[in-house]
Structure formats: C-alpha cells, structure tokens
Design a protein around this ligand. Sequence first.
Ligand code: OAK
Length: 856
Amino acid sequence: RGGETRVGVERMFGLMDRFLKSDPSSLQKDILDHVEYTVARSRFSFDDFEAYQALAHSVRDRLIERWHDTQLHFKKKDPKRIYFLSMEFLMGRSLSNSAINLGIRDQYADALKELGFEFEVLAEQEGDAALGNGGLARLSACQMDSLATMDYPAWGCIAMILALLISNLLRLCEWDSTTALGIYGLRYQYGLFRQVILDGYQHEQPDYWLNFGNPWEIERVHVTYPVKFYGTVEDENFNGGKRKVWLPGETVEAVAYDNPIPGHGTRNTITLRLWAAKPSDQIDMESYNTGDYINAVVNRQRAETISSVLYPDDRSYQGKELRLKQQYFFVSASLQDIIRRFKDSHSNFDDFPEKVALQLNDTHPSFAIAEVMRVLVDEEHLDWNRAWDIVCKIFSFTTHTVLPEGLEKVPVDLLESLLPRHLQIIYDINFDYIEELKKRIGLDYDRLSRMSIVEDGAIKSIRMANLAIVCSHTVNGVSRVHSELLKTRVFKDFYELWPHKFDYKTNGVTQRRWIVVSNPSLSALISKWLGTEAWIRDVDLLAGLQEQAANADLHEEWRMVRKVNKMRLAEYIEAMSGVKVSVSAMFDVQIKRIHEYKRQLLNVLGIIHRYDCIKNMEKSDRTKVVPRVCIIGGKAAPGYEIARKIIKLCNAVAEKINNDPDVGDLLKLVFIPDYNVSVAELVIPGADLSQHISTAGHEASGTGSMKFLMNGCLLLATEDGSTVEIMEEIGKDNMFLFGAKMHEVPALREKGPTLKVPLQFARVVRMVRDGYFGFQDYFESLCDKVEGGNDFYLLGYDFQSYLEAQAAADKAFVDQEKWTRMSILSTAGSGRFSSDRTIEEYAEKTWGIEPCRCPF
Ligand code: OAK
C-alpha cells in the first residue's frame, strides 16, 4: 500500500485494543452490538435465532484474534507444513466447540443468562455443516481438532495489523491478504441430503445449509485462482527442443472461504480453506460482444455447479464428469495456493520437500499428483526427473476402504476430454514405472497388468489407488487389521515390491467433541474424579479411572449422569417418533451409514427374534425379560436399493412391535431420522449398548465405536477393524464379541448354500417373507439376499453367536454394579482411540512435522 504513511500506521496502533475482553459485561455488550449492527435487529427485540447469530459472531471475533496470531507465528517460524487434502468434512455445529476450545463457554453462558437466554438453547439453533458422507469425513474433522490442539503447523503466513503491532514494525509493509493454511476442502452449497421418513420409506431432501448464512466462514474475495478444463495439448518449440502446452477450453474461478479451527488450551487456531466455484471473467466475452447477453450470463452461472452438491454415494464411483471436475477443481485451486505461498519465500524448488507435506485423504484428491508434475514441468520448466523426485518425497496416502471394488477408477475417455494433459502425464508416469517394474519383477504380465496404473478393460480406466501408491512415500491403513488386509490382499503386489511404504495409524476421535462438548456432565464427573481437567488435552490420563472402577460413590454418580443423558434421549425419541420409552430399559444403539456389510439387517432380524420370543413365552416368564429400547439410525445412499429396504424394514418392524400391547415396555424399536453429527452427540451419551457388527474383514476401522467407548457405553461387536485393538485395550471380558473371525470368512463363503444356519434364522426371515410386518413383495429381494447361498455377509452363519452375545449383554445389564464397572473401564480404556494419538503418529512417522506453538 504505497499511499500509507508511518503516521497512518501509528494511528491504527492507537485505535486498536490489544485483545477483546471476556468479562460478562464486555461479552454482553459485544453480543448486543452484533444484534444491532451485524444481524441488524433492535437490541430490544430479537429472537433465539438472531441471538445465536450475534453470539456466533461474538465468538468468531475472538477466534479471529487467535487465528491472526497463529498465522503470524507460523510465518515467523516458517516450519514444514502439512497440507491435508480431503473432499469431505463432517463438521457438525461449531458454536459450543469453539467456545469451549477458546475457554470462554461458561463466561458466555453467564453473560447470556443475565440477558434472558440459555447458551444450550441458542446452540441448538445452529444447523450442521454436513459436507461429507460418513466415517472418512468425520475423521477429517476430528483430526483437524487434534492438529490445532497439538499446535501442528497446518497454517502459513499472513501479515496483518496485528503483525505490525506485535513486532513493532512501524514501517511500510507489504500486506499479504492471502492466507496460508493446511487443510483444504470443497464448499458444497448442498451438503449431504436430509433424510425424511414417510410411511417408513427414506426420502431425500436437499440440504441448502447456507440458507441462513454461515458465521463461521470468512469469504476471501481476493484469494481466487483460475481452474482450467478441456481443450487440447500442443507441441511447442522450446530451448531447441519440444515441450507440451495445454490450451484449455474452459476456465472457472476458485474462491477461498476460510473457517478458523481453534485448538483447546492453546492459542493456535488453524484454517480449513474451502473452495467455491465462481464464473471466471475470462469466459464468454465472445457472447457478450455478439450481443447474446442472456446466454452469456446463464453460461457463467453454470460454473457454480462444480461446487454445488456433495455426491451422496458413500464409495461407489460412477465415472460422472461432474465428480471428476470437482476433484480437479479442488486439487488445482489448493495446489496453486500451496505453490504460490512456497514461492513467496523460496526462489527455487530445492526446499519444497523440506517445507511441504501433502496428505491424500483416500484416492479422491489423487489428481494432485499429476497436477504437481504438470505445474513443475510445464509451468516451472523443471526437468521431468527432478519433478518426479520431488513428487515422490511429498505425497502420503491413506486409504479408508477394504473392498477392491470400492477403489476409484476413472474412465480414460472422460479424462482425455476433461484433462488431456493430465492423462498424458499419467501415461508417462505409468510408462516409466512399468519399465522399472519389469526390471524388478521380470515379465510377469499378469502381475504387471494388475499393478499398472492404467487398466485395459472393456472401459479403459485409471486406477486411482495405484496412482496414489506408486507416487506416495507412505501408504497408510486406518487400523492394524486393515493394514494387514492391504498387505496380504488388496495391495499385496505393491506390498511385496515396496514393504517399507506400508504402515497404519489406527484412527481416533477427538475427546473434545465427543466427551467435553456432547457430554458435559460426564466430562465434569471425570475431571472431579481424576482431580484435573488435563485429560482434555492428555487423554491417556483417563486410565486413572481404572483405579476407581469399583468405587461405590463413583458408581452412583456415574449412573446418575448416564440416567440424565438417557432421559434427554428419551425426550428426543418421543419428540421425533411419538414413541414413549422407559429409561430403565437398556438403550441399544446402532447408528451409522446403512450398508449391507455393516449388517443393520442382522440387528433387525435379532429384534424380530426377541419379539417372537416375548410373544411365545408364558406370561409369567415375561418378568425375566430385560427391557430394551433398540435405536437405529443412518442414511442410505439414494441409489442403494437394498439399503433403502433395510430402512423400510426397520420402520415396519417398529410399527408392529411398538403397537403390540403384549410387549409393552419390554421391547421398543425406534428409527431415528436424519442421523447426523448433532444427532450422534445426543444419542451416544445416552446409549448403554452399541452395535458394531460388520462381517469380519469389511470395516476398515470404524470410529463410532470409539465415541461410544469414551462415553462409557458397552460394545457388542465383531472382531473387525479397530474393534480388535479396542478389545486388546479394554479386554474381551469388557465387551460382547461374536461372529466369524476374519480368517474364517472366505472358507465359509465357499460353502454357499451348504453353509448351516440356525433354525431361528430361517424362522425370522420367514416371518418377513410371509408378510408378518406387511410389504411382503417389497421385502422379498431383501430376504433373497440372505438365503439360498446368497448370504455374502454371513448373517445366517453369525446369527446364533449374535443372539448369544445379546443374551450375555442382558445378563450383565441386570447386574448394575457389574455393568457400571464395565462402563467405567470402557471410558478408562479409551485413551488410545483419541485422534491426538493418531495425529502425533502421522506427524512423527509420515509427515515429518513438529509442533509450532503460538505464545500466549
Ligand atoms: C468413504 C468414501 C470412500 C472410501 C471410504 C469411505 C469411508 O468413509 N470409509 C470409512 O472411513 C472411516 C475412517 O477411516 C473408517 O473408520 C471406516 O471403517 C471406513 O468405512
């Protein structure tokens, strides 16, 4: 800013307070000012939603202060940074989490009380940010919280007024209003669809989550990058030789929206930068000039569709052009941002691998590999081998799936039209790699063809996982058994070639969101009994509860906290479904995406069996039945017919059971609609038992189990994914395990129709087939999926042991002292499953980054 004078800067210095104050009257004044000037309502008349908006802005102001300090600090230290690329984030709500992490939630609650508002009531006004589908997306959100809390430099540079104040640089200074950061995603206008249940069937409604504004984001109108598509590649003379030049056919602008993410117990506040697509000024001048004004405007608007909607298909790839465009749009904008920042302080690319680590969250951002090669070779004119050397040092890849058919493949035709230069680069990478491979393994054509990045099938495709593995220095699994499966089955060929690349970091979840925010009374109880709140940042301290696991006073308080949570959940259930449930019953929960491998159907068939038993027992025996409230929730991908039928079956069975006077409070079944992060925050603290019952060998990790575990809920589970490690941590006796083991599954499948299934299983399936719950024709194909040799997920085989595990849970529940001890031991043993541990492992072993703590 050439025009600024030293006097001007001094004036600014004089006008600024050092920090915003957080005493009750400052907070009240602040909130009321936001009511008046931000929300533009009179401070004498505003409703809960307007109060929430004002409150959110007030919290955001405090976030921004720390955010600026963090950027300045990182800029000064210039540490190696991690850039985390993920197409999906499930953030949920931000208000409580931010206020708690900033350490000012209670001050706000007090300030609001005097104004006649309740903090929790206002917090309920916020909608969920649901920019993701399931496990992978929520994991990213948990990991961000840990990155911020543990002071990792997922951020970069910004020089602002505060920079001037702190460093006393009273001189003209170049302002860099573009923020540097580490976590990138897409700002979808429509998040994951809202699920509405009508007559028991799932219906999808669009989630236009930005309808009422989003106080947590900051639009960076000046941080924009052009992203190009289509066109042709030409040869051009260069330095006496030839070089490739991409002449793109379409340009779209990527605009940054920054979301500050505060750490807990630290000033560090990192950024999630989401990209939105906007029309580029470069397009369609021709139409304007020829007078086709309306069409030119309409064409411009089409650009925005790139970031308009999140694909709701949880891991099925249909080779849709829009999806591919989203992936490249995201990758291109993020890399331009990263490279521009690097070049701000480096004159060549020698130090790039020492300063930049790029994490691919599954294969979705893998075009980043070809894009880095393109930028380095075509735009920065590095020699191919030097560019390749850099690429091999900067990328790490984490896969979140087990099934080979879940791996992404992109049709070559599509890529050729959309990104012609990238296709050439991928072919060139593949050529060099296959030549190298031939030297290593000889001319084993089957193996060479399996390991190729390019698949020559009916539809020639790019195997995104192969691309990611070839070009990454580390390939991570998300649990130990997942990693074993990757090494022995899914990526066996690659493991044999490069064993050193393969590693795993067992997933974790953040205790800040999943205990402190969602279960404040348990949080207070834990702090009281441990005599410290330090476990919020140092979760291993939870193990201290083990010593108290038999303490009668703790038992009483523990049960009281759990009972209040159950009452809250019971109220919610009644409000959502009209079903009244008794809090003395066992609350048995299965909430997650609906998938055949997750076996919600096994759960429903188990419930039918329980119902059938109650109906057929002597009245006098009913007193022995342990009352249950079975709670199921989850969304089905819109095109996944079997999953939709499972939802309908849940509702049909619920209708029958809940209206059967014979059964009363002994058994209830509730399907909770529109399961999302906020619903999970309410349900998990009130659950006694939770089910994680995937067919062994199918769940890469599972993170829901960890949230339940932290909250003292007992697990009924198969030995799959991270359950195996949970079992080792808390002991087999502390959970209810059942089912075929991973190594037994292939042989059991081989048996097909000859596999023995128990009579009870045939009986409950028959009840569904015969129309006992109605909709006979509709359920027929669902029944066919588990009988007659089609039972791929082994529901029939596992049914008997499932019922036995359920019976063991009933027995334990009757003994409340035993149950409470198991519950305390679950929380006490959950420390290993914090995302703090996962992130520390990534930082040390994969990314090579160190904490960079902003001074208070
Ligand atoms: C989503 C899309 C494509 C591939 C995988 C996913 C996904 O959500 N996977 C889930 O990731 C979680 C986090 O790692 C794991 O806990 C789940 O087991 C896995 O299914």
